[in-house]
Ligand binder design. Structure first.
Ligand code: SF4
Ligand code: SF4
Length: 289
């Protein structure tokens, strides 16, 4: 389906707050596996009532995603961004991720392509991402100090090797910082998400902001930890609004802040904060078959 929209980088509702009421995004849930274990993560693959990252009503193959996208464009005329944000990590499922991007780029040359990743496995794909004109990548960096990272990550899988918290965090951080540099060299807009977890990394978020700012990151998104009962951080409470505001203010001395993140599902569709229609969720499930 060809669409007639005037889309450019300022029409990304996450990278530009002014665009968020006018333009929407769709996440294609094609990446179910993950290559690390964040201790706060609780992925759910069939939950229509919950709105947070890692949750989806279905997982699609690249071709199924392309068919679903036609349904989305039929119903929503203001979608400017097609992204992949899990429900796992795009580069723990690189074949599915890259094939989806190729298919979408071929069928819809006008859309902005976007990815959200932990950064561990993205490096080998950066050249092709640039060729496909993937304009926006979000890397979630919860620590730049391995000692802090060891409290956030239970393990990291590098190929067939699984490494524990300290070594895993050191490896992940090294890869993330190298990937950010390479993405910026390739001319891609980079957002860094950092999840502020009380008692774990809340005093370290500004250090993350400083470090990634020095690498040329475009915008920084400090997200409050989302309480959930299914993770090993089930005992931790969400930080207060005042605490998040204070950290954002200090981090803002070093890098531009995003403050309108809606902590979207892996199958989010529409403007930020908008609930997906039941009709589209049904279409997503039908495409999965
Ligand atoms: Fe979950 Fe994302 Fe962490 Fe993977 S990178 S464990 S999907 S939060
Ligand atoms: Fe944008 Fe935040 Fe939603 Fe990601 S989770 S699409 S950054 S609003």
């Amino acid at each position: 389906m060809k669409r007639d929209m005037d889309i450019n980088s300022v029409n990304h509702p996450c990278f530009n707050a002014k665009a968020r009421k006018k333009f929407g995004r769709v996440h294609l849930p094609v990446a179910p596996r993950c290559n690390i274990q964040c201790r706060f993560c609780d992925r759910k693959f069939d939950c229509v009532n919950e709105s947070r990252p890692g949750v989806t009503s279905g997982v699609l193959s690249p071709y199924q995603a392309l068919v679903y996208l036609d349904h989305v464009f039929e119903e929503k005329k203001n979608i400017s961004v097609v992204g992949i944000a899990g429900p796992g990590d795009p580069f723990a499922n690189p074949e599915q991720t890259m094939e989806t991007l190729r298919l979408v780029r071929q069928a819809h040359p006008e859309v902005l392509l976007c990815l959200a990743t932990n950064g561990l496995g993205i490096a080998p794909y950066i050249d092709e991402l640039a060729e496909l004109e993937t304009g926006h990548v979000t890397v979630t960096v919860n620590a730049v100090d391995p000692a802090v990272g060891a409290k956030v990550y239970a393990w990291v899988r590098d190929g067939k090797r699984v490494v524990g918290p300290e070594e895993g965090a050191a490896l992940l951080i090294e890869r993330q910082l190298a990937a950010i540099k390479a993405l910026k060299s390739a001319g891609i807009m980079v957002k860094v998400n950092a999840i502020m977890i009380p008692g774990i990394n809340e005093d370290h978020i500004v250090d993350v902001a400083k470090e990634v700012s020095s690498l040329g990151v475009d915008i920084f998104n400090c997200l409050p930890f989302h309480e959930n009962s299914g993770s090993s951080f089930s005992h931790i409470k969400e930080p207060t609004k005042a605490a998040v505001t204070a950290v954002r203010k200090e981090a803002g001395l070093y890098i531009k802040q995003m403050t309108h993140c809606a902590r979207c599902r892996a199958d989010a569709v529409g403007c930020l904060g908008e609930e997906a229609s039941e009709g589209l969720m049904e279409k997503l499930k039908a495409c999965e078959r």
